[in-house]
Write a protein that binds this ligand. Structure first.
Ligand SMILES: Cc1cc2nc3c(=O)[nH]c(=O)nc-3n(C[C@H](O)[C@H](O)[C@H](O)COP(=O)(O)OP(=O)(O)OC[C@H]3O[C@@H](n4cnc5c(N)ncnc54)[C@H](O)[C@@H]3O)c2cc1C
Length: 415
């Protein structure tokens, strides 16, 4: 009898020990220790909420470290709703106005992180993106936010009384507020997953179709072969379609078209659509050629054009019979044809390089289902979505981080 009781006690104590070790209660669980998740953790921590950040990666903030060529383009001097792509164009306005680029700069100044401005108001670290990550981690530390890495989440359940129960391989954790900050699908090698979309679907929230954004274009085989010799060539260009137009540097690569102007345009491009590229955005070539004829310039066409464009580009774009003509012999039709080639080059990309190299994911958790002020799901109290997981994607230029900081900050005030 006594032996049986001892066995029972042993079992009971083991069971209690198991529960203590394996069950945990916090106020807020944030899934994703990236830009938005860390910002949210800091703000919730400042409000004395007990915060646990879970991430399946072995290190936090990996995308911050690789961003901006290792220098992190952390924000921009000018941030407007027009710099973002979303099915719900007004959604981002509230968060962006509550936590602005100036608020983030205040944090940067407080830490004395050296930074500089590049073109279009883009702000980069002078030294390393690590400065930004270290700042976020040290702020998390100050407010006692706990960050757990290599945490694989097995399930998320909502319970009427206790809020949410998040099950990892080793623990069951309950929380009042659950924040999904797992980003989008870009760069799967860095640990990107569709976790946010799955959670949204689990709770009946619509997910807008996702596709790669801020990504180089690939070309059809014939064009790829034709333009392969231009690989490495960069020049200012304007790329347009019916909805949008950008002027920045264009880079020919061995796969297709890259450079900031191509990346920007990719976020506004749909499969099968033709793009118009102006390879001389500062010059009306037809007018220039007509003027040259009036001035009786006797150069060969190819030599004349080489004043404005790289020779290898001129040679690829025009047939030999035109290249060797004297400028004086050009007919009006030929002038129009040459100008059309460089001022209105029409090209239909084959596709994009996809999530493998995309800087951002377009589409995502439908903003119509989320409060623009708190980032809480309208129909699921306690559930929040922030950062790139949402259907808000910024232009190139620090806008995606500003969205991550702003949405993370706003959720942090509410969780
Ligand atoms: C190469 C590159 C360069 C970039 N450069 C810039 C730049 O200079 N400026 C700019 O503004 N934007 C830049 N971006 C975009 C920017 O990095 C993202 O928009 C931003 O990091 C999004 O923040 P987030 O918190 O939403 O997601 P992320 O920063 O992606 O963080 C998501 C976190 O969730 C974790 N996670 C994912 N799935 C799970 C899961 N199932 N379980 C647990 N954890 C999970 C990930 O490990 C990650 O830590 C760049 C992106 C790339 C890919």
């Amino acid at each position: 009898m006594r032996a049986k009781a001892t066995l029972y006690n042993k079992f009971f104590y083991h069971f209690v020990f198991y529960l203590v070790i394996n069950m945990l209660e916090v106020d807020v669980i944030i899934v994703g220790a990236g830009a938005s998740g860390l910002m949210c953790a800091i703000e919730a921590g400042k409000r004395k909420r007990k915060v646990l950040v879970l991430d399946h990666a072995n290190k936090p903030g990996k995308k911050i470290l690789m961003s901006g060529g290792g220098r992190c383009n952390f924000t921009n001097y000018t941030v407007e709703a027009e710099n973002f792509v979303s099915e719900n164009a007004h959604f981002c306005k509230s968060a962006l106005s509550r936590f602005t680029q100036w608020d983030f700069l205040e944090m940067i100044h407080a830490q004395e992180i050296p930074y500089h401005e590049r073109e279009h108001g883009q702000l980069f670290c002078n030294e390393s993106a690590r400065d930004i990550l270290d700042m976020l981690l040290s702020e998390c530390d100050k407010v006692g936010a706990d960050i757990r890495l290599k945490a694989d989440i097995l399930s998320v359940q909502k319970h009427a009384e206790s809020g949410f129960v998040v099950k990892t391989k080793t623990q069951e954790i309950t929380c009042q507020s659950l924040v999904i900050a797992t980003g989008g699908l870009s760069i799967p090698k860095m640990g990107a997953t569709p976790f946010a979309y799955k959670i949204a679907e689990q709770f009946g929230i619509k997910v807008q179709t996702t596709r790669a954004g801020l990504v180089p274009f690939t070309l059809h085989v014939a064009d790829k072969e034709k333009f392969a010799v231009l690989s490495g060539l960069a020049l200012p260009a304007t790329i347009s379609n019916a909805r949008q137009s950008f002027t920045e540097n264009l880079l020919f690569t061995h796969r297709g078209l890259s450079g900031p102007v191509a990346l920007q345009m990719s976020s506004y491009w749909y499969e099968g659509e033709e793009l118009t590229i102006n390879l001389l955005p500062e010059l009306d070539l037809q007018d220039q050629l007509l003027q040259a004829q009036k001035q009786k310039i006797r150069l060969k066409v190819k030599n004349y054009l080489c004043q404005f464009l790289a020779k290898r580009l001129v040679v690829i774009f025009l047939p030999e019979e035109l290249l060797d003509l004297s400028m004086l012999d050009l007919t009006h039709k030929q002038i129009q044809r040459i100008a059309e080639q460089f001022n209105h080059w029409k090209i239909k990309p084959n596709g994009t390089e996809g999530y493998r190299t995309a800087e951002v994911t377009l589409g995502g958790v439908d903003c119509h289902a989320i409060s623009s002020k708190t980032l809480q799901a309208n129909q699921v109290p306690g559930l929040y979505f922030i950062g790139e997981a949402l259907d808000v994607s910024g232009w190139l230029g620090g806008y995606n981080f500003q969205w991550a900081w702003a949405s993370g900050w706003c959720a942090g005030q509410s969780v």
